[in-house]
Design a protein. Structure first.
Lengths: 369, 547
């Protein structure tokens, strides 16, 4: 058939996938969360959290390289035994379902505020789900191709947004950036880490890659893209809004877009243009997490075809998206997901990596195992 | 397997035995396998095997073709040993001049040219051979072993020559019928570029390809589709460029088509498509030989169908429908700008009315205040919501377009003017639509005509209606979802194993030289990678050697 191994992911696709998922799930809230947690150290914290994400990415890539063509759900059995592997599997299932629900909810909340004030949030969520399912049921490769196609558009639109926001940018607001308060930074980094969640898909994506040996390069590329976008966005938000205002912005990035006067003035509000591309990024995040949720459930039950779960998980994700009654409860849900995500993205890969090294499994020993 | 394709049943109807099917059905008339023993065969059934007796053979044709009153049976006698001869042909499909000049005349009169000694040495057995080799002057002569083999050529316009004492039929190439000559293709006009277009005659079309690719590697492979119509289909590609598995896939898919008749390549196209539930065409069709040849030189396969000037190109990607031959004939800067204009046009044709509805109904704040006010002022007299207004006007313009397409050219233009100007103006004056709506409708209509391929333009026009509904219910959010949905849909589409959205997704940056812009020709030394041609480099040394 056309293209070599058309069901596999190319390196560029992994870069696009990782970058878009991270940005899609985190960009909207990050500037406010990071400033609330760390005050003036926002830029620093964003950078440090990003570097941590890079470290974890490298760990995951090494794990994936040790076990080519296998996902974390497969090789955790070898490393930890059957029962702990099941627990790992369950953690991933819960994490993926709740996180995709949370992203959907945050997105729907923002869409309600910025686009459709009078439409019930249920309708906004329900309208999104058919498109999600339509893509998910066709597998990981079309998802990666969507990311690949939209990656330049999304990154381009964010860069344009940042460029245009320079007209309101006040460099003085950014100045106390090097006054590092170590305690605050240490406390803020884990909170900020949620914005970088998305790289844990590498535990799965490695199994689908065309050239797993080049995985580190491409996945770190994706995370670095996200770091650049995040640091630039946080800087822009601080510069435009000042730290004190930023703390009370619910959707700082969209507000940033709103503050722009579009040159030529054929449109009054730039935020809606930006919202279009942001929707695409969010869409890719939801789709990927939803796909991985269906994939993990299938593995957990021991079935081969994940397609039934594309439909069966819909009520679950819908309920989770509607579970929080207000923005405050959304934040509570996010808190819980930080714990789950930390387990999924840091603790589990760390444990597996340690186990792989200690027990000498994977890599060169793969044939003997 | 010598399957008989024709036989005459009890009622005198010539039937076509369907391939592979009806195997189990052996109730006499249908069971071809039972025909051999003659037990279940009706009386009028004729054995397809030729005998040496001229009268018997001639009679076979008469039985088969007795209902066709356009069939000409002509007996005559060759002076060589007073051999009985006869020709069978279909009036109107053959050149009677040729039959007379190259077959009948030489046989009846020309035998005198043979030396006396030759005439004496002619044994009865090889009269036919002498006739073929020394008397008949026609250029194209083949032999048919039995009636089945002879029947299709006769029905296609060849002449059958039967000679007494010879148990084969000679097929003499005499096809000539009233055909449209090569003309400028009306559906794909260019300002600069060749003016010749494909016609309804398959042979002319293959000749147009051959004229442009004078390479022995050009493959022109005949296939037949349609149990009754026996339509000739030609699969053409350049060996050494086109991927063998692609060629094989095309041929297999065409071989699997099982229908009675084929009228147009559009029908073949629908049989070859992988995805049936989509408005987007998965094969490109063109009337322009230069377009077909360019595609073949990129490693694609073309499918020519007898009886239609539209040639299919496989595989097709979305971006191909935005390419016009003119992009390459004009300077690259102009070609690139036109290309970008077309992409923008396709976006407008799909989304302009939906964006209007969404902005007017849900997000008037998006517009600058003055504009928003003037839109609101003009809409004040309109009694409908924006969606109904848009739907009315868009439907009207589709009606006009369809009416214009069906009417004779001169009237069609009048309808366009009457519709576009008068109805638009009247609708505004009557307060049915706002002037902005009329502008939007006009822009949409014009944009949809900017796409060089009609089949993709119509697809974009069709999908804008569901998008309008989404815009009316969910505003910009709905338009965004529609945009994502369309992209997802197109990414899932495949055309003969190639991704429809290639080379955008999956990205093949090298192929981008010919997608949104068209770089100078000197930079396009490689064939598009996503088609995966055997020979990626355009400047190969000597194509003939690679055979």
């Amino acid at each position: 058939m056309a293209g070599k191994n058309s069901d596999r992911l190319s390196g560029v696709q992994v870069t696009a996938l990782v970058a878009l998922i991270i940005v899609g799930s985190g960009l909207m809230k990050l500037p406010r969360d990071v400033v609330q947690a760390s005050d003036a150290n926002g830029i620093m914290v964003t950078l440090i959290a990003g570097l941590m994400a890079v470290v974890l990415t490298v760990v995951m890539s090494m794990l994936s390289k040790r076990f080519p063509n296998r996902t974390v759900l497969d090789y955790s059995k070898d490393l930890l035994g059957t029962i702990p592997a099941k627990i790992v599997n369950i953690v991933f299932v819960v994490y993926f379902i709740t996180f995709s629900g949370l992203i959907l909810r945050i997105f729907a909340d923002a869409a309600k505020v910025f686009l459709l004030e009078n439409t019930p949030i249920e309708i906004l969520i329900l309208a999104m789900l058919p498109v999600v399912v339509y893509l998910v049921q066709n597998g990981i490769n079309p998802i990666a191709r969507i990311c690949e196609a939209f990656f330049p558009v999304v990154v381009g639109s964010i860069l344009l947004l940042l460029l245009l926001s320079l007209q309101n940018f006040d460099i003085k607001e950014v100045y106390p950036v090097w006054q590092v308060n170590i305690v605050k930074v240490v406390k803020a980094v884990p909170v900020t880490e949620i914005a970088y969640f998305g790289f844990e898909i590498l535990l799965f994506a490695g199994a689908f890659m065309l050239e797993p040996q080049k995985m580190t390069k491409y996945s770190v590329g994706g995370v670095v893209t996200a770091i650049v976008i995040y640091v630039a966005t946080v800087t822009a938000c601080i510069g435009v809004f000042s730290i004190d205002t930023l703390k009370y912005q619910v959707y700082p990035t969209l507000e940033l877009a709103k503050s722009i006067d579009f040159p030529g003035a054929f449109a009054e509000r730039f935020d809606i243009f930006f919202a279009i591309f942001w929707t695409i990024a969010v869409f890719t995040s939801i789709v990927t997490y939803y796909y991985l949720a269906a994939f993990s459930v299938t593995k957990l039950i021991g079935m081969r075809n994940y397609r039934p779960f594309c439909y069966l998980l819909l009520p679950g994700i819908y309920v989770i998206a509607l579970l929080p009654q207000n923005v405050y409860q959304v934040r509570l849900l996010a808190q819980w997901i930080i714990y789950l995500g930390t387990a999924a993205a840091a603790v589990i890969p760390g444990l597996l990596f340690a186990a792989a090294i200690l027990r000498g499994k994977g890599g060169k020993n793969i044939g003997k195992a | 397997m010598a399957v008989r394709k024709y036989w005459v049943d009890g009622d005198g109807v010539v039937k076509i035995i369907k391939k592979n099917k009806n195997k189990g059905n052996t109730n006499g008339q249908q069971g071809q396998d039972n025909n051999k023993d003659g037990a279940a065969v009706p009386e009028e059934t004729v054995s397809p095997v030729f005998s040496k007796d001229f009268d018997e053979n001639f009679q076979k044709f008469k039985v088969y073709l007795k209902d066709g009153q356009d069939v000409v049976f002509r007996r005559f006698t060759s002076p060589i040993g007073n051999t009985k001869c006869g020709v069978v042909f279909i009036d109107g499909l053959v050149s009677k001049d040729w039959v007379q000049r190259d077959v009948i005349n030489p046989i009846i009169l020309g035998a005198g040219q043979l030396e006396k000694s030759d005439q004496e040495s002619v044994a009865e057995a090889n009269t036919a051979k002498i006739l073929m080799e020394r008397i008949v002057t026609a250029a194209e002569v083949k032999e048919a072993q039995n009636l089945d083999e002879a029947m299709l050529p006769v029905l296609s316009g060849e002449t059958v020559l039967l000679v007494d004492g010879y148990d084969k039929a000679m097929i003499i190439g005499t096809r000539q019928w009233a055909a449209r000559s090569v003309q400028e293709p009306p559906s794909e006009t260019v300002i600069r570029g060749p003016r010749d277009g494909f016609t309804e005659t398959l042979r002319f079309n293959t000749a147009l390809l051959r004229r442009r690719i004078r390479d022995p590697n050009l493959v022109i492979k005949n296939m037949t589709v349609g149990r009754r119509s026996k339509t000739n289909v030609v699969v053409s590609y350049v060996k050494g460029i086109a991927r063998p598995d692609l060629v094989q896939m095309v041929e297999e898919k065409i071989g699997k088509i099982d229908v009675d008749d084929i009228h147009e390549s559009g029908e073949i196209e629908q049989f070859l498509e992988d995805n049936k539930i989509t408005p987007f065409p998965q094969l490109q069709s063109t009337e322009r030989p230069d377009k077909a040849v360019a595609a073949m030189m990129e490693g694609r396969v073309t499918i020519l169908v007898d009886g239609t000037p539209f040639v299919l190109i496989a595989p097709a990607g979305l971006y191909q429908f935005f390419q016009s031959p003119e992009d390459y004939y004009e300077r690259w800067i102009i070609g690139s700008l036109l290309r970008l204009l077309r992409w923008a046009g396709s976006f407008l044709a799909t989304f302009a009315p939906a964006l209007y509805i969404a902005i007017v109904s849900y997000h008037p704040g998006m517009l600058p205040t003055e504009l928003a006010l003037s839109v609101a002022a003009t809409r004040e007299t309109v009694p409908f919501p924006a969606f109904v207004e848009a739907l009315l006007m868009e439907t009207t313009i589709e009606l006009l377009r369809e009416a214009g397409a069906r009417l004779p050219k001169a009237i069609g233009q009048t309808i366009g003017i009457v519709g576009g100007i008068i109805i638009g103006d009247a609708a505004v004056r009557a307060g049915i639509a706002s002037p902005f709506m009329v502008i939007i409708v006009a822009i949409t209509a014009i944009s949809s005509f900017i796409i060089p391929s009609y089949n993709v333009a119509i697809a974009f026009r069709v999908i804008r209606f569901p998008i309008m509904v989404l815009a009316a219910t969910l505003g910009l959010y709905g338009v965004m979802l529609a945009f994502i949905f369309i992209n997802v849909h197109m990414i899932l589409l495949k055309s003969f194993g190639s991704n429809y959205m290639s080379p955008v997704a999956p990205i093949q940056i090298r192929d981008w030289k010919d997608v949104f812009i068209r770089v100078p020709l000197q930079w396009m030394q490689r064939r598009p990678e996503y088609i995966n041609p055997v020979d990626i480099d355009r400047n190969e040394q000597d194509p003939v050697k690679e055979m």
